[in-house]
Ligand binder design. Sequence first.
Ligand SMILES: [Fe+2]
Length: 559
Amino acid sequence: MNILGINAVYHDPAAALLADGKLVVAVEEERFNRTKHGKLPDVDNPHQFPERAIQFCLAHAGLKAGDIDHVAYSFDPALRRKRFKPDWWPNPMSEEVFLLRLAQVPGTADRILGRKLGQRFHFVQHHLAHAASAYFPSPFDRAAVLTIDGIGETAGSTLAKANGTRIQTVETFEFPHSLGFAWESICGYLGFSPYDASKLMGLAAYGNPKAFRRQFGEMIRTGDDDYSVDPEAIGFLSAKTNRVETLLGPPRYEGMELEQRHADIAAALQEFTNAAVLALVRRLKRKAPVNQLCFAGGVALNCVTNELIQKSGEFSEVFIPYCPHDAGTAIGAAYVVHGAKSKTPPERGNYTPYLGPSFRRREILDAVKLAGFRPKISKNPARDAAKMIADGKIVAWFQGRMEFGPRALGNRSLLADPRRPEMRNILNQKVKHREDFRPFAPSVLAEHADEWFEIGAHSPSHEFMLFACAAKADQRDRIPAVLHHDGTGRLQLVRRESNRRYHELISAFHDLTGVPLVINTSFNDSEPIVCTPSDAIVTFRKSGIDALFMDDVYLTAEK
Ligand SMILES: [Fe+2]
């Protein structure tokens, strides 16, 4: 049974294919259309499918459109209609447009697959799809499941429990109680785009939450096991009045200097988010008293909060997938439909993020020659790349299948030396063209990680850069380029079984330097992560990258 999962409702459109319960391919549309997050979250476009991602999934699996048995779409218009309150949006027409476009969704699926799907097309609840994207790849047979994002159909947070192949919603916190929207709102107030939550997280480490504790107490109220969001205090579009500026002062516009006040606001937002999420974790533990927690939704990309969940000990095991954001619902929706339509259970515990396109040597060489470069061949790419990194070079490392999700995890990565404090500025200014307050993350050999960081029990999710772990006090001075202002690193544990060639590279760097980790940042420059060899060469050519390795083929800046 072949099930095509699709996310297209808001942003991060993506496609995934489940063949007989096994996830064989998944990819985000942004990697093909080269637009960050694929498309804008517009009420007028939920019927615009990730067509190139879908075509790639079919081609990769060697399937024709007629081989798809079911299509799963990660949003349920009926639930939206049932629970939506007419005064939520300032313009009531926008909801009508949204519902009309959603009504076109099954027809879009029919057109793309070239036949009438009828009962083979399925709308799946958005938070259920998030929950499934975390639970099925987890190593657990049962778990409590927490989903927190901007909004699903109408819920901002959902508490659920999972047992075997069944996931059951326990409780929802409906709009306006949305932590995701709170972050979007403060992003806008501070002059960033709604997608810039990671910038606020970086900035928060430089701030003191105390300065804005009273104001945020009015915006996000937290109890021991619940939270609420005041839409007027936080300035949601739905609010009749907007008190953000009354509470926080004049906004910052893009391009204006960042002041200490802005960092303090980010720190307060982080503090109140931590409190709200931990309250939900405690509530969920009461309602689903098991030891395993799965967590998804865009808010699960907050590494600081995740670390606190882990440390709280409410659940002894925590799993967060490599794709807690909306793209991951393409995978989750497919798992949900498999559970409903197949007599056999889907695979469990497959958490590899390497699910996208890969390229043959011939294709790599053709792209290199087309770009006018003379390819060099390395007999030992891992050792040669490690040597360059140890010599202070920035190395682009492109190999195998592209990662699904927002993090580059060693297959489309830029690598550099964590021992050199100047590396942060060099990477920011020569390659990434981004703000200097944002940290870089380390990829660490799993077998040595505990010597360098306070990690606690290792989780598969430590392989996805989802936890901000404190560096050991006696090691901090040795790896200044990968530690944030607060002494933490958003680390990726690298196991040989998960990514052999990347493990070889870091091992070679360890042999050369005595340090079992490298800086790993995504291979891009203000654009989606590179996908093809041509994308890689373009980014290599226009930035200050010193060498580009694509399997055993490599290029250096000298040509
Ligand atoms: Fe979502």
